[in-house]
Design a protein around this ligand. Sequence first.
Ligand code: HEC
Length: 215
Amino acid sequence: MDNFELTKVAGAVLAALLLIFGAKTVIEMRSESRSVVVGYALPGAEPAAAAESADKAAAESKDTAAVGKTAEAGAPADGKADAASAPAADAPAAEGGADVVALLAKASADNGKGAFSKCKSCHVVEKGKASTVGPNLWGVVNRPKGSYEGFKYSEAMKAKGGEWTFENLSAFLRNPKGYVAGTKMVFAGIKDPTEEADVIAYLATLADTPVPLPK
Ligand code: HEC
């Protein structure tokens, strides 16, 4: 075997090795990106990593990546839908709210003032102050529904009719959309009847002459 032949053999061996390792690398890359896609479909996958792997997978298989991306986009939306529909599903019979009247007798306007913090992002309560996202709630107890000067109520609220009695307030606060279908008050409702009674007791104080609570 002369030198030239030796070079040819060595070349053939190197070429074979290159082929073997090259193929191995490609196979590993493929299976790696696949397994990443599978793992990423599980909940709790980090969105950034998921997007990255979805992009990687796109090079290998367009549809797997598409499925991954859809799952990513779908997850938060689904979560929201669940959160929004859950309160409606477990809300007790909305109309009436008579049980809250019994609770009002021992309700605490002070506690209600604290709980009202969840309403403050949308409602002001100071006399004469301009409404914000929702109508000013000064004097809301026994006020005709949808009547605060200058506030643009939904058609549904304008059409509801009647006044904000304790019972009606209770029904509305428990499940706003259940009581006024089409209201633009985006609030899931107060789930705890005691807290609800406290908030209503607080609302009753927001008047020149506070509305007396039922005894
Ligand atoms: C995300 C904003 C938002 C939050 C939070 C919110 N509201 Fe409202 N509220 C509104 C809007 C908007 C309306 C007007 C509804 C309509 O026109 O359909 C409204 C209407 C009302 C009304 C009817 C008033 C009227 O003049 O007819 C009452 C009572 C009320 N809200 C009480 C509350 C209470 C109490 C809370 C807290 C437990 C609360 N809201 C939380 C936005 C909100």
